[in-house]
Write a protein that binds this ligand. Structure first.
Ligand SMILES: NC(=O)c1ccc[n+]([C@@H]2O[C@H](COP(=O)([O-])OP(=O)(O)OC[C@H]3O[C@@H](n4cnc5c(N)ncnc54)[C@H](OP(=O)(O)O)[C@@H]3O)[C@@H](O)[C@H]2O)c1
Length: 281
């Protein structure tokens, strides 16, 4: 996909972090962008973040590209259908969809309340399903692109992430099946699997991580959301299905696929050492 071929992008989770970084890149490429999330204040703040990208040489905000917002919960099928169909009428038919809305609540499996498990499945898996289903006719008509955001934790089950890894592995399975159904219809499907990325969501998540999860994360670097967005567009332009930003994450995913025992050995050893340290205090 050469630069600037996206005309109209719908981005769930577009008010923050990775979704906002992708929105910024799309606005830079002159695509209209609809930012979708629940909190209206954060959506308005995100529009302000994107404003400098739309200011012309004489200091005026350009009418094109347009940036608009839509407040909804992606896990609520009635809201998704009603509001998204209205948005298509008012804003335009999308030729790019990024399913990026998400949140994680890491903890020990037996401490995660069922309500948080449901919430995790709802935003990542049901949200991706409902939003894609509602917008697919337009994406087919416009020979568009669908990017579903999973995670490195969807490829490698990580301590403390039972609910999240289950949801993100589900996103990968969904995307693989959907790709094979749509490949002959001219719709490009990709799944983005970022490693730890420095976003407001990641910061919030860090406060809940068990020490063992923190010890595992400490072995990995943290990417900038802008780097994730750059690698996404590079991967899309090469027609890649699985896009894993960052060399270290790509290496981990490769080892997990070809020598899973190695990844388990490293993670189990990290957990054992962490527990020894806690006990010795
Ligand atoms: N940051 C990382 O380390 C990392 C790594 C791998 C994968 N990811 C994935 O990347 C995606 C973006 O994460 P991020 O780190 O950029 O998080 P973030 O900064 O917290 O942004 C999350 C976005 O999703 C929206 N959102 C959350 N729940 C929603 C819901 N039910 N309905 C609609 N919108 C909702 C949030 O807005 P509201 O709260 O206002 O709705 C916000 O716009 C997520 O799917 C995450 O799992 C992140």
């Amino acid at each position: 996909m050469p630069e600037a071929t996206v005309r109209c992008a719908f981005i769930t989770g577009g008010s923050s972090g990775i979704g906002l970084a992708v929105a910024k890149e799309l606005v830079r490429r002159k695509a209209d962008v609809l930012l979708i999330a629940r909190d209206r204040n954060r959506l308005e703040q995100a529009v302000r973040v994107l404003t400098p990208e739309r200011v012309n040489a004489s200091g005026r905000i350009e009418l094109q590209p347009r940036v608009r917002t839509l407040s909804l919960d992606v896990g609520n099928p009635e809201q998704v259908k009603e509001h998204l169909l209205r948005a298509v009428q008012e804003f335009g038919e999308p030729d790019f969809l990024l399913n990026c809305a998400g949140e994680a609540f890491p903890d020990y499996f037996d401490r995660i309340p069922d309500s948080l498990f449901e919430q995790t499945i709802s935003v990542h898996l049901r949200g991706t399903w409902y939003v894609t289903k509602t917008l697919l006719p337009y994406l087919k008509k416009n020979q568009g692109i669908i990017v579903n955001v999973s995670s490195l934790a969807g490829l490698v089950g990580v301590f403390g992430y039972t609910a999240y890894s289950a949801a993100k592995a589900g996103v990968i399975g969904f995307s693989e099946a959907l790709r094979s159904e749509l490949v002959s219809e001219g719709v490009q499907i990709a799944v983005l699997c970022p490693p730890d990325t420095d976003t407001p969501g990641f910061e919030k998540e860090n406060r809940r991580k068990p020490p063992e999860t923190k010890a595992i994360s400490a072995n990995a670097g943290v990417l900038r959301p802008e780097t994730v967005a750059e690698e996404l567009f590079r991967g899309l332009s090469k027609g890649k299905f699985m896009i894993i930003p960052g060399f270290q994450a790509r290496f981990t995913a490769w080892v997990a696929r070809h020598m899973p025992i190695m990844v388990r050995w490293v993670m189990d050893r990290t957990v054992r050492n962490c527990r020894k340290q806690i006990q010795s205090k």
